[in-house]
Design a protein around this ligand. Structure first.
Ligand SMILES: O=P(O)(O)OC[C@H]1O[C@](O)(CO)[C@@H](O)[C@@H]1O
Length: 662
């Protein structure tokens, strides 16, 4: 049965290559690939008792309900079963040894190769020549993409198929930036009119706030906005805001206005977000897809109290609006549904910046027209992604080289290195999009992966990063890098008499770093430069460290949208090849459940006779640590000795009031 599934995965391509045929690649030796798994779970059988990630080839279980999959989805899920058992995968593993014999220093001498690896779409230039690839590598990666049915998976996403199997949802964030005249269906309904209905409402509302038609409770204009949200309801909008702040047209539109974010439940973040703001001039946007996220809801209540303490309860209707898919909870919170901006379950939180999640706060700050450009930029790259042949498709090439580096060459990380301060929040945003999407351990059908999926993303703008972690990426671990450069700076500073502007200086580093990583510096070169023998090992740069360079003409709302789409789609490609569900996030649940348990302990500790012990379900370590925290809290809450309650019963000593009070 199991081999039948794998055979069907292999199709006409030939017999199953079992574990005996598996030649250990470098990645396997490094431990990146965990070994081979020859057994796939039989089609049509749901995983009992497993996480909700279990879905069979013929049905999917979600929230206890088994649903039939469409024939298209059965085909796609089957294509994802054990991609590592296919001949295309194994050919790539064998190809690693060929690549390991080559050095980028030599590969870069081949101008024809560089030309092949140089791509341009709508003024976005991407240069893959510093990746450890040859033309053959690209061909083999494209073969793997075909085996994984990448084209069909992309089409399924754009066509509103429910490719998020474990949540039985379509993945249609691309519809959020679709022109009005397009049609995109899911569940038999065209979603584009709904998208534009909300966008029109955003334009209408933000125009009114910006031109002073919509005033606060005391009749003052609302010039300051605090957007409360976390994760996908925060990181994308923060990335775009940070990118736009210094763009000339956007900055003019934002004159006299303030946009702040409140994400962390830490009271320090609350204090910082509200510092210097006045309730009379502040509009609060509560952003939460579910409207249940503990941190966001507590912050929303805190800020509501801050508002109403000064302005009275009625002020909420003028000073608080919401973005959510859960309009029922918005209403229960006390926000008028008229002041709520909807989105849909087919938009994942981390993919929601083009919905009202980003469009509302950002349009309040910069005006809707500028933000519409952002949507158009994202749509432009979506169309390129949907239609261009894989070899010329920038997001596909980014995704394929990502898979090559991570899974086959055994480099698990990616450094995102924009050479502009305006993109300083790109890496934190992509960290969530990539790591929450592709940090998975099972394939679409729920069977354990035989290799490591996902990528560890981090980054910092250049040149700051150069003075921080670049030492490691030059002489320590191999970390594939993505350099992003901009031709025209948002700020042109030319000092009289200086030929090289600040921006030129910045960009010198953009070019230099990629070459330093690729070519390195050999002992022979060092000796020729009279470096003493004792220092040669320390000053040697091995080079051969892969990177991609992306060059954009300028950084405007439009190109920020393009960058977003490049990354979102790159990450989808990786997930599609690895055969995982990039659109669920069950891994964030367990911590939330345990936090709820701790929260209920804390609530109970308010009563003086509260007794906390191991029987409450915590292990010894957690009980002890938690009780230390509660003890400290007790000292703060009950400063008098008789007020101290015994909240730590693990160790009798801790039941006594702290000695300082006795
Ligand atoms: O928008 P919400 O529902 O408040 O969720 C916030 C974030 O929490 C997560 O569920 C992870 O904890 C993210 O996926 C999401 O972006």
């Amino acid at each position: 049965m199991a081999s039948a599934v794998i055979d069907s995965c292999l199709g006409q391509a030939g017999p199953l290559l079992g574990p005996l045929h598996f030649r250990k690649s470098q990645a396997v030796r490094r431990g990146t690939i965990r070994g081979t798994v020859a057994v796939a779970r039989p089609a049509g059988v749901s995983l009992k008792g497993s996480s909700k990630a279990g879905a069979s080839a013929a049905s999917t279980r979600s929230q206890g309900v088994t649903r039939a999959l469409s024939p298209a989805m059965v085909e796609l899920e089957t294509a994802s079963l054990q991609i590592s058992q296919t001949p295309e995968w194994k050919t790539l593993e064998d190809h690693v040894t060929e690549i390991e014999r080559l050095h980028l220093r030599d590969l870069l001498r081949d101008a024809a190769r560089s030309e092949l690896l140089f791509h341009e779409h709508n003024k976005i230039i991407s240069d893959f020549s510093r990746q450890r690839v040859t033309q053959k590598t690209i061909e083999l990666l494209v073969n793997l993409a075909d085996r994984a049915k990448l084209r069909k998976k992309i089409d399924a996403m754009f066509n509103g198929e429910k490719i998020n199997l474990t949540e039985d949802r379509a993945v249609l964030h691309v519809a959020l930036r679709s022109p009005r005249d397009k049609e995109i269906y899911t569940d038999g309904a065209d979603v584009v009119p709904e998208v534009w209905q909300v966008l029109d409402k955003i334009k209408d509302f933000t125009d009114k706030v910006r031109d002073g038609t919509w005033l606060g409770a005391t009749g003052q204009p609302l010039t300051d906005v605090v957007a409360i949200g976390i994760g996908g309801s925060f990181l994308g909008p923060l990335f775009v805001h940070t990118a736009m702040r210094t763009e000339q047209t956007a900055a003019e539109q934002a004159r006299g206005r303030n946009l702040r974010f409140l994400a962390n439940v830490d009271p320090v973040d609350v204090a910082r977000a509200l510092n210097g703001l006045k309730p009379e001039t502040t509009l609060v946007v509560v952003v939460s897809k579910t409207f249940t996220t503990a941190e966001t809801m507590l912050n929303a209540r805190t800020v509501r109290t801050w508002l109403t303490a000064e302005l009275g309860k009625e002020a909420v209707s003028k000073h608080m609006v919401a973005v959510s898919t859960n309009l029922k909870l918005v209403k229960e919170f006390g926000i008028d549904p008229e002041n709520a901006f909807a989105f849909w379950d087919w938009v994942g939180g981390r993919y929601s910046v083009c919905s009202a999640v980003g469009m509302l706060p950002l349009s309040l700050q910069y005006g809707f027209d500028i933000m519409e450009q952002f949507l158009m930029g994202a749509h432009n790259v979506d169309e390129h992604f949907r239609t261009a042949p894989f070899e010329d498709n920038i997001p596909v090439m980014l995704g394929l080289t990502g898979v090559w580096n991570t899974t086959f060459l055994g480099y698990p990380s990616l450094a995102i290195l924009p050479y502009t301060q305006a993109l300083s929040k790109l890496a934190p945003h992509i960290q969530q999009v990539s790591m929450e999407s592709n940090g998975k351990g099972v394939s679409l059908d729920g069977s354990k992966l035989s290799f490591e999926a996902g990528e560890i993303d981090f980054g910092e703008p250049g040149t700051n990063g150069q003075h921080s972690f670049y030492q490691l990426i030059h002489q320590g671990r191999v970390v594939p890098c993505e350099f992003i450069g901009i031709v025209k700076s948002q700020q042109s500073v030319y000092l009289k008499g200086e030929v090289v502007s600040n921006h030129d200086e910045l960009m010198c580093n953009f070019f230099a770093q990629a070459d330093a990583l690729a070519t390195g510096k050999t002992p022979v070169e060092l000796r020729a430069g009279n470096v003493p023998d004792s220092l040669i090992p320390h000053k040697t740069f091995t080079g051969n460290r892969p990177s991609t360079s992306i060059l954009l003409p300028e950084l405007t709302a439009y190109t920020v949208g393009q960058i977003l789409s490049l990354y979102e789609n790159r990450i989808a490609v990786q997930g599609f090849i690895w055969g995982i569900n990039s659109f669920d996030q069950w891994g964030v649940e367990l911590g939330k459940v345990l936090a709820a348990k701790v929260r209920s302990e804390m609530n109970m500790c308010r009563t003086q006779d509260r007794k906390v012990g191991p029987s409450d379900g915590f292990n010894h370590s957690t009980t002890k640590l938690l009780n230390r925290y509660l003890e400290g809290k007790a000292r703060l809450l009950y400063p008098e000795p008789e007020d101290v309650f015994p909240c730590d019963l693990i160790d009798a000593d801790h039941c006594r009031p702290p000695s300082s009070y006795v």
